[in-house]
Ligand binder design. Structure first.
Ligand SMILES: Cc1cc2nc3c(=O)[nH]c(=O)nc-3n(C[C@H](O)[C@H](O)[C@H](O)COP(=O)(O)OP(=O)(O)OC[C@H]3O[C@@H](n4cnc5c(N)ncnc54)[C@H](O)[C@@H]3O)c2cc1C
Length: 291
């Protein structure tokens, strides 16, 4: 049983299932991956269910009894009724908390945030002179590549630079098979932030390379702003993570989506899907353009 239907829980659910376990995922929200778009979350739910994983959503677990490794039970309210879900092993994947309590950081003048992260400014300086923090403990987005970028920022600032964490890109991958990769806004974010966008989508099955490999599941999506810049890109499909960097470069340098649409991309590669994705966008009428 896996408690928590988000990134870590789902990667391990698929892995455990493929290693031969019977797996149930129990999630409090109405759907898996609440931070991702509904269509993407549904596609991943379909993928996992087809592999034989039981997905239980809207399940509010209030108590766990028994012993993982022997026999364990989740006591959950599902749709207003009390249920007991039983299994042999339990994996709790409900998020992480910083492990900073009891280190005595306060004696060195290093303050913590209310949630327990080391308090840093955008140069990654702590509240104590000449003490820096980086990675998960500094509250940076919890990815290895963000911890690595924190390192580069601190390294350059120690050499007298003025590097900051402000406004940096946070790409990430969910390593199910196939992968989910994203950088920038998805529809959930754009709607929450009241950002206008045009949506473009392209099915992975139409990328000709996938006809040769048979890996036709998934879709590509991008959000385009009024100025034709790319606001965000989501890919669910084979090698999705490898498709992020060209889009990241366009986003980072402020190129319009036409820069990718007009690229000549070798055939037959997965990256050809990017050209098709960005060729699908209707131009805005002249009077609706930014500026
Ligand atoms: C299941 C799982 C899957 C993940 N998958 C991915 C992924 O696919 N891609 C990705 O980018 N990120 C992934 N992450 C996140 C990634 O692992 C972290 O963001 C990254 O490791 C952060 O690096 P860090 O150096 O800040 O911390 P850590 O890698 O946690 O390193 C901190 C180190 O400090 C040590 N330590 C802690 N306290 C003390 C102490 N008091 N004294 C001395 N040493 C101490 C710890 O033992 C540890 O070795 C995953 C995380 C989890 C839990």
């Amino acid at each position: 049983m896996i408690l928590g239907g988000s990134y870590v829980g789902l990667e391990l659910a698929q892995a455990m299932r493929r290693l031969g376990s019977r797996v149930s995922v129990c999630e409090r929200e109405e759907r898996l991956l609440p931070r991702e778009d509904c269509d993407i979350a549904e596609a991943i739910r379909d993928l996992l269910q087809e592999e034989g994983i039981a997905i239980i959503t809207s399940a509010d677990v209030s108590r766990v009894s028994g012993r993982s490794g022997d026999s364990v039970a989740l006591h959950a309210v599902i749709g207003g009724t009390q249920n007991i879900i039983e299994g042999s092993h339990l994996l709790v994947a409900l998020g992480k908390t910083p492990n900073t309590v009891g280190l005595g950081l306060e004696h060195a003048g290093i303050k913590l945030t209310p949630s327990g992260y080391v308090s840093v400014n955008d140069r990654l300086e702590t509240t104590a002179p000449a003490v820096w923090a980086m990675g998960d403990c500094a509250g940076s987005p919890a990815f290895t590549h963000m911890a690595f970028d924190d390192f580069r920022i601190v390294r350059d600032n120690l050499r007298g630079g003025q590097r900051s964490t402000a406004g940096r890109q946070v790409p990430f991958c969910l390593f199910t098979e196939p992968e989910l990769a994203r950088v920038g806004l998805n529809e959930v974010d754009a709607e929450r932030q009241g950002v206008d966008y045009r949506l473009t989508e392209y099915p992975v099955s139409s990328i000709l390379r996938t006809r040769t490999t048979g890996e036709t599941r998934g879709k590509l999506k991008a959000l385009i702003g009024k100025d034709d810049r790319i606001l965000g890109f989501t890919a669910f499909g084979p090698r999705a993570g490898e498709l992020l960097p060209p889009v990241q470069i366009a986003m980072r340098t402020g190129l319009s989506y036409h820069a990718i649409e007009e690229l000549i991309v070798a055939h037959p590669t997965y990256a050809e899907g990017l050209v098709s994705l960005f060729s699908n966008i209707k131009p805005l009428p002249l009077d609706a353009r930014a500026g």
